[in-house]
Design a protein around this ligand. Sequence first.
Ligand code: 5RP
Length: 267
Amino acid sequence: MDWGMKNRLAQLIQPDGRALFLPIDHGYFQGPTHKLEEPGKTVRPLLPYADAIMLTRGVLRSCIDPANTKPVILRVSGGTSMARKDELDREGVTTSVKEAIRLNASAVSVSIFIGAPNEHQTLLNLSNLVNECEEYGIPVMAVTAVGAELEKREARYLALCCRVAAELGARVVKTYYCEEGFERVVRGCPVPVVIAGGPKVESELEVFEFVYDGIQKGAIGVNLGRNIWQHDYPVAMIRAIRAIIHENATPREAHDLFNEVKSAGEK
Ligand code: 5RP
């Protein structure tokens, strides 16, 4: 592996082998998502606790201070919107590798939609992007997307998605957590796996429990958005999740930290 690729991966994956990525890319097809109406404001207090942020070029340019030194994972696929929900899988690559380099991205991310009508196109998006990015030492993170079909989040399907993404050359794979058989998802994927959160769940403890369990079963960390920044206490959430990832905190310990930060009034 070339120095540039190793260096970019080292910016993202910390010396303990773990990672906390904070995605704020949801607007690329959802529009002004709840609590992400002003992404710059939402993300500012959270940045110190994230290892990297994931976002589109538009939000990066207009909402993030160029003095920012947090690594950037640039979302480079899209071309769909919630106005055509049944076509969410019809993505293309929207942003060139030249642009990713100009924006000093540490990685790029692209969605794949396995089992959807446009599966083939999205897998070629990933493969072509890997071909180009490898030339410049830029890691590609594959986002195994389920579109509106959240019920697809089960081990057999996720294992298939993660393995295909890794076989096509993704350096990191983002997938969903599942209670049954998540260890099989990770074992079948020869590159690091990070967990997304999906729509906001009822209780913070539930989030701490799935992040903890996912890590025990081999994930290196998270790429988790809504369950952090849609929460009423996002700083308390990210600090508690960070403790699980980087300090091996248990869900109970993470919850105690959450309550401590919350009672200190830190939103
Ligand atoms: C949106 C994405 C998100 O980055 C990913 O799903 C993680 O965010 P969340 O935890 O809110 O699901 O790829 O398309």
